[in-house]
Design a protein around this ligand. Sequence first.
Ligand SMILES: Cc1ncc(COP(=O)(O)O)c(C=O)c1O
Length: 349
Amino acid sequence: MTAAASDRRQFASDNYAGICPEAFAALAEANQGHEVSYGNDTWTEKASNLIREVFETDCEVFFVFNGTAANSLSLASLCQPYHSILCHEMAHVEVAECGAPEFFSNGAKVLLLSGAEGKVDPKSIERAVNKRTDIHYPKPGALSLTQATELGTVYSLEELRSLTEVARRFHLRVHMDGARFANAVVSLGVAPKEITWQSGVDVLCFGGTKNGIAVGEAVVFFNAQLGREFDYRCKQGGQLASKMRFLSAPWVGVLQDGAWLRHAKHANAMARRLGEKIRHVPGVEIAYGVQTNSVFAKLPAKVVDAMHQRGWKFYTHVGRTDEARLMCSWATTEQDVDDLARDLEREGR
Ligand SMILES: Cc1ncc(COP(=O)(O)O)c(C=O)c1O
């Protein structure tokens, strides 16, 4: 039996999933008694220390409400208003943040780079930087990389290092949008430090929301100088939570026993299962490597319509126009995957 459309777990976004048990338990525990406000509480201290343990370094940690704020405010810290921010043409900071990076940086211009599978081609950085060097062009100030990318692919360690080497050569700061950082870590099987500060990343927006936290992302500065007075930037940007413990406690919940990695591993495994199940359905073509928790599939328009009619929700506006994004989460079950695959098979025939 297919679950009724209303109580079905969907494939539109990992944001559709609820709060994971570990984060929920920590929230409940943090709800005991009173705590100091504005981030001077024991939960925030514990969460920050756990993040330092995860990255095996003494980084500066801040918690904000969402990914747009994390990206925009951290990019603003890396740039002057007359700078430009270089990112892939499909980057969230370009296509899904309503101009917030430009707004919060007081005018830094986002310049677009190209590259296959959602990944920046190092040569496109060189092209953008060398295009003009005169005073009339916004001076390139930062490179923003998304790991895992908007298309669910990941930069290998070598790819990352060659990109940050180019960035260093051109004196660009390196920002990483890690809304799905956990999915990238488990996909690559690396230590978090290897794909961040050891590879030349200055600041990471470490995503929690898509991996089981209710709300809140961590902004992690590996370059402490760049994180100076970031708390004031957060406050001015409306991102300093007074009851900060409710942003930070869930991080303690997911980090203290490795749940963040388990959940990401599970989400990636569900996407892999889905990719394998639908790969051979007539009319379906998997568009990119399934490396994390999403499957991008080219589907005939009539199949998209029929699947929507059956109550399935998924996005068709993230990749190319003929691609559906099927996104798994920590809460996706094998049964969910099998139900979706079975309906696709029926409609694809
Ligand atoms: C790559 C990427 N970065 C950042 C975000 C965070 O966005 P939000 O401001 O909705 O939390 C998202 C969410 O879709 C994303 O996919």
